[in-house]
Write a protein that binds this ligand. Sequence first.
Ligand SMILES: NC(=O)c1ccc[n+]([C@@H]2O[C@H](COP(=O)([O-])OP(=O)(O)OC[C@H]3O[C@@H](n4cnc5c(N)ncnc54)[C@H](O)[C@@H]3O)[C@@H](O)[C@H]2O)c1
Length: 260
Amino acid sequence: MGKLDGKVAVITGSGRGIGRATAVLFAQEGASVVVNDIDPVPAEEAVKEIEAEGGKAVACVANITKADEAQRLMDTAVEKFGKLDILVNNAGITRDAMIHKITDAQWDIVVDICLRGAFNCIRAASKYMMQEGHNGTIINTSSAVGLMGNIGQINYASAKAGLIGMTKTVAREWARFGINCNAVAWGVVDTRLTKEKETGEEVAGEKVGIPKKIRDQFVAQMGGQILQPEDAAKVVLFLASDDARFITGDVLNVSGGWYI
Ligand SMILES: NC(=O)c1ccc[n+]([C@@H]2O[C@H](COP(=O)([O-])OP(=O)(O)OC[C@H]3O[C@@H](n4cnc5c(N)ncnc54)[C@H](O)[C@@H]3O)[C@@H](O)[C@H]2O)c1
């Protein structure tokens, strides 16, 4: 028996990182998963990984900042698997800059993907989730940075804090449909967004990552450990499962002591 047997989940940005690990774990626990990403190659790879283990998944390449693409994503869940039980708003990006130097473009891309993208998906999901006795769940991906602020992340902190207000509003409005909505606030999880910036990857035309000196300090604050995407996925699984049915409108701080 899997914890998500018979459930249908959409996970945004699940071609890589935390979303990918969540998609794989959800499928292992019996869910049919719509793997969304803006990048087709990692989305298809994630589906192959799930299918190779005998799980059910389909890729849906869509840019969640566009309302029509977010709608197509939710429609895909229903067309392929007959319903929509779980929405994990995971897609996100960083564009770090100090307040006096940040550009409009750096502000816009982060707020657009992290905040508007989640809103687009929730509004699109309303078509299928706003039904009496639906018993679905929505998990939004915030950050410890949304709770405590962070130097060089005015855009990201604002978007991730905004997601908390969004989470509480969805929890209030949709409780009557049996839907719970929570946010998870990660600390530093080992993905391309948090590698050492000096040797890091470019995402949408800009290098992401954390300068080594600062990253080392963060890791020290977490007792020398860094959360792996597979560890993070277990927390998302808990929130998506019946075990968390009575938790709603909450923010789970999963930062290993980075934010207390
Ligand atoms: N890694 C961390 O330490 C950390 C900490 C706090 C919060 N988070 C949040 O966790 C989430 C996952 O981050 P990650 O570290 O796994 O990053 P990641 O870059 O490994 O994965 C994010 C995925 O989202 C996809 N994506 C980006 N824009 C998209 C769009 N417009 N539409 C669809 N897909 C899109 C990317 O292509 C990528 O595959 C993000 O919301 C991030 O802000 C991460």
